[in-house]
Design a protein around this ligand. Structure first.
Ligand SMILES: Cc1cc2nc3c(=O)[nH]c(=O)nc-3n(C[C@H](O)[C@H](O)[C@H](O)COP(=O)(O)OP(=O)(O)OC[C@H]3O[C@@H](n4cnc5c(N)ncnc54)[C@H](O)[C@@H]3O)c2cc1C
Length: 350
């Protein structure tokens, strides 16, 4: 057992210093799925993961076909094992900075190590910025929730409060009405619903409570109510909140890649095309870092799709190089390639 751990450390250290085809930043559903595809495509791949997936506070991953309800940590444990089964590496560390180099990128880890890579897949997810209400963050993912498709079934028929904390609050209240007939919208610090929205809410039997929410009422580790600043307590078993979602990708700014405001005003994301390709050559994104609404299944699919594109991009580059060497067998480049093939690590100075 001990020997295996030592072997893994040695391999990972070598892998970090030698460089690789693809560094995947972030080992959640998107990153691990991309890494699995790349490892199976016989690419050298290193996943750098700070191990703080967005859904860590939740008890289970819901709506994921064939794995519905699996613990988030167990899903990722399985994913890491699958990546390693094909020779991929998963390194527990945080990426602090990324810089462009001649043939790719230098990825600097917060612990001082650097990995060189030809391509980058960024799957770092997002940060949920929550309203600053005492007690709210501690309940996040339990009885303070955001997504009806993640938690709706679990909170069905309960007394649900919807905290208006973003532009989609009325939409969220109308959605959660699908799971419970007892829904109350707290207008909190947002403007009151428009006449049209008020009519929709009334027609669906959703009550609206004006006034700022001051705190949550917790008894025996369960939400029992919402306290307004005026002192009134409205009994509720669940509170839904729209977080402001911010892509975790500050380190990409050095490459000229900055987050864009989401058109619905719900946060910011790294723009990319449908395959995850960003405007910076060699950099792909997948999962919540680029699609704020992606659930686990979608994030995994995005990672896989981006990985296939990255492999195709590398194949195209290698084909260009091969054609050049084929046409010019005695060019400096082809001499260098031949030398590398014959001499391997002993080629230095040649
Ligand atoms: C409370 C809650 C419950 C949810 N429940 C469900 C559910 O039931 N079903 C469902 O389908 N979806 C659910 N979701 C949504 C789910 O969390 C996302 O769909 C999913 O996490 C997106 O995967 P990802 O790989 O894009 O990002 P993440 O899972 O967030 O993974 C990103 C990874 O990148 C790492 N990382 C970030 N920055 C760096 C860095 N600089 N260096 C190295 N690593 C870094 C992070 O530590 C993390 O491990 C829930 C979300 C929340 C908040």
């Amino acid at each position: 057992m001990g020997a295996m751990v030592v072997a893994e450390v040695v391999v990972v250290t070598d892998q970090l210093s030698d460089g690789c085809d693809v560094v995947v930043v972030g080992g959640g559903a998107a990153g691990l799925s991309g890494a699995l595809m790349l490892a199976r495509a016989r690419r050298s791949v290193v996943v750098i993961d700070a191990d703080a997936p967005r859904n860590a506070p939740a008890a289970g991953v819901h709506g994921l076909l064939a794995r519905d309800g699996i613990r988030p940590a167990e899903l990722l444990e399985r994913g890491r094992a699958e990546v390693r089964r094909y020779g991929g590496h998963v390194v527990p560390a945080e990426v602090g900075a990324v810089a462009r180099e001649d043939n790719g990128f230098a990825v600097a880890l917060a612990d001082g190590r650097t990995v060189r890579t030809r391509r980058l897949l960024v799957a770092t997810g997002l940060v949920d910025e929550l309203p600053d209400i005492p007690g709210l963050r501690a309940r996040w993912g339990r009885d303070v929730v955001h997504c009806p498709y993640c938690h709706g079934w679990e909170v069905r028929d309960q007394a649900i409060g919807v905290l208006a904390s973003g532009p989609l609050a009325v939409h969220q209240a109308l959605l959660f009405r699908q799971w419970s007939t007892d829904v109350t919208l707290f207008s909190h610090t947002m403007p009151p619903p428009t006449d049209e929205e008020a009519e929709q809410l009334a027609a669906r039997g959703i009550s609206v409570v004006d006034g700022e929410v001051a705190s949550l009422e917790i008894v025996d580790d369960r939400l029992v109510g919402v306290r307004l600043r005026c002192g009134t307590v409205v009994s509720r078993e669940v509170l839904t909140v729209s977080s402001r979602m911010a892509a975790r990708a500050g380190f990409l700014a050095a490459l000229g890649l900055r987050p864009a405001e989401h058109p619905q005003g719900v946060g910011e994301y790294i723009p990319a095309d449908a395959t995850g390709r960003t405007e910076v050559p060699g950099v792909w994104v997948a999962g919540n870092v680029t699609d704020l609404a992606a659930q686990v299944g979608t994030a995994a699919a995005m990672g896989a799709a981006a990985a296939a594109q990255i492999n195709a991009d590398l194949v195209a580059e290698e084909t260009r190089q091969a054609v050049a060497a084929y046409r010019e067998p005695f060019s400096p480049e082809s001499e260098a390639r031949l030398c590398e093939l014959v001499m391997g690590d002993r080629r230095h100075g040649l």
